[in-house]
Design a protein around this ligand. Structure first.
Ligand code: OAD
Length: 248
């Protein structure tokens, strides 16, 4: 393990620009459940009933029941040492962007500046009738579904299944993936397209892929150059410490 941390630190220093692709596993140590597997959000809520755009349009109140529960959890969660380590890497000039599938805003709250949100965010709601954007607050989502002053139903600024990704975020993620010298894939099962495309694009453009996860993914044997088995909150701070040791 120590050897892998040292190799990773040297690669991060030696193969700029470095980007990180993150998934829900990076926020697990902040108390936010991941999506798949035991205890995952999709084991409580069937995504066909709660996470497609059709399900939302057919029954916004039912989908808002789940969204409200998740909103409370994500609003109360705090960034963990993994988020802080990525913010620190960026501040040190060793990380050009975080491409995230997460909507919890914990990267920004930890201090990351260049955050590309592929699946939207938990900060804004949009009126389905007049398109006005509303900043999320506990009081706004007290009654569900939340309503705009015009009477329209508010939807979250997140990407439901069967919807396109935000165009600019997708374009930026593709560019960053094609241009990076190293991609850190952290806390994702990398099963959802097109986020799952990013490590493939990076690899096709000769980037070194380093995966950090307690479990292997389908990338591990085929795409990843280095797999560090462990929790992001344990591993990433150790990588940052090693980089500091290399460049006092
Ligand atoms: P998954 O639930 O598919 O995967 C979570 C990953 O995090 C797994 O590989 C875990 O092994 C890993 N993990 C768990 N704890 C960890 C820790 N402490 N440190 C590091 N890794 C850890 O979630 P995602 O890959 O994020 O999309 O899922 C991607 C997308 O699928 C989500 O953005 C969401 C979902 O459906 C939409 O809703 C559009």
């Amino acid at each position: 393990m120590e050897n892998l941390i040292k190799r990773t630190a040297a690669i991060i220093k030696g193969y700029p620009p470095v980007v990180a692709l993150t998934g829900s596993g990076i926020s697990a140590e902040s108390g936010i459940a991941t999506f798949r597997g035991k205890g995952g959000i999709w084991s409580t809520y069937n995504p066909e009933e709660y996470a497609t755009i059709d399900a939302f349009m057919q029954n916004p109140a039912r989908v808002w029941k789940m969204l409200k529960e998740l909103a409370h959890i994500t609003m109360e969660a705090q960034p963990n040492p993994a988020h802080t380590a990525l913010a620190e890497l960026e501040a040190m000039g060793h990380l050009s962007a975080v491409i995230t599938q997460n909507i919890d805003s914990l990267h920004q709250r930890a201090g990351s500046k260049q955050v590309i949100e592929l699946h939207g965010n938990n900060r804004w709601l949009i009126c389905l009738k007049c398109s006005k954007r509303h900043r999320v607050s506990q009081s706004l989502i007290e009654e569900i579904p939340p309503l705009c002053q015009c009477g329209g139903i508010l939807r979250p600024e997140v990407v439901f299944f069967h919807e396109s990704l935000p165009h600019d975020a997708y374009q930026q993620a593709v560019e960053k993936s094609q241009q990076c010298g190293c991609m850190l894939v952290i806390g994702s099962s990398v099963q959802i397209f097109p986020a799952s495309l990013m490590p493939i694009l990076a690899r096709q453009h000769d980037a070194i892929i380093i995966e950090i996860n307690p479990e292997e993914s389908h990338l591990t044997s085929e795409v990843s150059d280095i797999f560090i088995e462990g929790k992001a909150g344990d591993i990433l701070p150790r990588i940052v410490e090693e980089i500091k040791r290399l460049s006092p």
